[in-house]
Design a protein. Structure first.
Length: 285
């Protein structure tokens, strides 16, 4: 009897797909639907015109609130918009992300120091942590909530896409969401039922570049990045006219992932952000 090669275990196949390479990782791991879902996640930028039921949304928000939180402080808030006019306004401000308008729900994940200031007031104490540590803790809390929400949405068959561009329109967003001082959005998140073909799972840097065993080690980093660039160019070639900072650098055939990232990082983004935060209740000492 001829035997065909055994299909790789689903987890190992998903891990190889994530890295775009045969890694050997996960070959001995038993199938696990939760791990498979995490490995297979991707952003979703097209949505059907179909509402998300209230009770499902509330359950996803409970999942978001199940994320770990620094010192139990819960220093974040989530603004939920279903109002089409508000969502369309955000889409119009941003301009080049049309799927925002199609999303039946738009969420703003916000770092929040205001609530804990009010707790101090309530108990007759000063708030002694108007500093960078609080800025970071609240941003991390909000980001973890966003990540938990996204994975939960994915598990429910929904799709999401984070939107950092809300931070390019802070004055308008603050007004539209009624944000008080001490609350700012780390990112928006579109939520809806996926439409059309499933997007590809974006290839990640090799584990050896991102994960350091015992000590940080960058000795093989640039060689590994070059190999990653080549792998990505084969699997997900970049469009010459869809690169970062086109106005400054123009189109380029054969641009690699690392060059594209350098194009982005070479020009300052949101350089007025710290000044905005200082003006709106954040002590960045
Ligand atoms: C904090 C954050 C902000 C993001 N902002 C945007 C955005 O403004 N617009 C967008 O299209 N994608 C945005 N993304 C999605 C990333 O582009 C996406 O996660 C990345 O390209 C990798 O793709 P994947 O999530 O499908 O693996 C954001 C992601 C994060 C984590």
């Amino acid at each position: 009897m001829s035997s065909s090669p055994a299909a790789p275990p689903p987890l190992a196949a998903l891990i190889d797909a994530r890295y775009g390479a045969a890694t050997g990782i996960g070959a001995g791991i038993a199938d696990n639907p939760m791990l498979a879902r995490i490995l297979d996640r991707r952003v979703q930028r097209r949505y059907r015109a179909e509402p998300v039921p209230d009770d499902l949304l509330d359950a996803l928000l409970a999942c978001a609130q199940s994320a770990p939180t620094k010192s139990d402080l819960q220093g974040y808030s989530i603004i939920v918009w279903r109002d089409k006019a508000k969502i369309a306004q955000v889409a119009d401000w941003i301009g080049n992300m049309p799927w925002i308008k199609d999303a039946p729900v738009f969420l703003l994940f916000c770092a929040d120091v205001r609530r804990n200031r009010l707790l101090c007031e309530r108990h007759g104490m000063p708030h002694g942590n108007d500093n960078m540590d609080t800025f970071l803790n609240t941003a991390v809390d909000a980001a973890l909530a966003l990540a938990h929400f996204s994975l939960a949405a994915d598990a429910a068959g929904l799709g999401t896409c984070p939107i950092s561009y809300v931070r390019n329109h802070l004055a308008g967003i603050r007004e539209l969401a009624g944000l008080p001082d001490g609350v700012y959005p780390i990112a928006g998140l579109t939520l809806g039922w996926p439409e059309g073909r499933r997007p590809y799972a974006s290839m990640r840097l090799p584990q050896g570049v991102v994960v350091h065993r015992e000590r940080y080690d960058e000795s093989g980093m640039m060689a590994a990045v070059a190999a990653y660039d080549a792998g990505r160019a084969r699997r997900e070639p970049l469009r010459a006219d869809g690169l970062k900072n086109m106005k400054t650098y123009g189109p380029k055939e054969g641009c690699t992932w690392s060059e594209n990232m350098a194009r982005q990082e070479s020009l300052p983004e949101r350089a007025d952000f710290a000044a905005w935060l200082r003006a709106h209740g954040w002590g960045l000492k």
